[in-house]
Design a protein around this ligand. Structure first.
Ligand code: GDP
Ligand code: K
Ligand code: MG
Length: 278
């Protein structure tokens, strides 16, 4: 029997608090994140044999370091290393919500998705093929309706399974989701620069992507030497001239392209209710 820690991550209004309450019941306590007035909630999972602590991270749309909420969530995941991140996806807004999912997966930590608000999807007459979604994003997906208490036990059980699998070292290699041109530079930085950096943060691939994106927090944290900064800048210039666009946009477009491919396969909207009708 292990002591586990799961972090809840999702866009604002995806049902995170409802799910947190449903999982933890009356065991929760509320404080603040150090130095800021953003609420931090923790609790223990009910109805499970294992000792599972649940942390509610701030609602965010992305893991870029532009808002306090994003920085808190990202730093918690990188520095405190929860055993599993439970990513809550608002199924009625799946395409937008999956943007954060692609970034969480990139961190290389165990992630389980809660496909929440499935009752609302069903009420509209839409269908989501969970299997196709799992295959597309490469992580387990559990349908839930937090406000109706549905799927919550299954979700926590799945997260426990994933935690055990991760502890036994059966993690899969990450999918390459960007164009060959972009992957070439990611691979280059991952192999030639990341291993030589004194400090470590995240996994090597994630760090390489962040360096390529010019993520200031990561550049700062890693204390990247000037010679490497020059090499990274050269990679950025190559990408920018190849795509005639800035690197951040090229990388974001890679994520959007992957997401729309997955959504096209997994979501069937009721006839007449949208452009995704198949
Ligand atoms: P948070 O901002 O992510 O913490 O979201 P909340 O838990 O506050 O939920 C936002 C709204 O969605 C509230 O009105 C909830 O009652 C509602 N909600 C949460 N989960 C579900 C669900 O599974 N189905 C439906 N229909 N509504 C939900
Ligand atoms: K809310
Ligand atoms: Mg909330």
């Amino acid at each position: 029997k292990m002591s586990l820690r799961f972090a809840l991550v999702g866009n604002p209004n995806c049902g995170k608090t409802t799910l947190f309450n449903e999982i933890t019941g009356s065991t929760q306590y509320v404080g603040n994140w150090p130095g800021v007035t953003i609420e931090k909630k923790e609790g223990k999972a009910r109805r499970v044999q294992e000792d599972v602590k649940i942390i509610d991270l701030p609602g965010i749309y992305s893991l870029s370091p532009y808002s306090l909420e994003e920085i808190i969530a990202r730093d918690y995941i990188l520095d405190e290393k929860p055993d599993v991140v439970i990513n809550i996806i608002d199924a009625t807004n799946i395409e937008r919500n999956l943007y954060l999912t692609t970034q969480l997966i990139e961190l290389g930590i165990p992630v389980v998705a809660a496909l929440n608000m499935m009752d609302a999807v069903e009420a509209r007459g839409d269908k989501i093929d969970t299997g196709a979604l799992e295959k597309g994003i490469g992580i387990p997906v559990v349908p839930t309706s937090a406000s109706k208490g549905r799927g919550v036990t299954e979700l926590v059980d799945k997260a426990i399974q994933v935690a055990y699998a991760a502890a036994s070292g059966t993690a899969k290699p990450q999918a390459q989701i960007y164009d060959q041109e972009v992957e070439k530079y990611i691979g280059n930085i991952e192999t030639n620069i990341v291993p030589s950096l004194g400090k470590k943060t995240g996994n090597a691939r994630w760090t390489a992507i962040k360096l390529l994106e010019g993520d200031e927090k990561v550049l700062e944290k890693m204390e990247v030497p000037a010679a490497f900064l020059k090499d990274i800048e050269a990679c950025r210039k190559q990408i920018e001239s190849h795509y005639d666009n800035d690197v951040e946009t090229v990388i974001a477009d890679g994520r959007y392209k992957m997401i729309s491919g997955i959504v096209g396969k997994a979501v069937k909207k009721k006839s007449g209710s949208g452009s995704l009708t198949i």
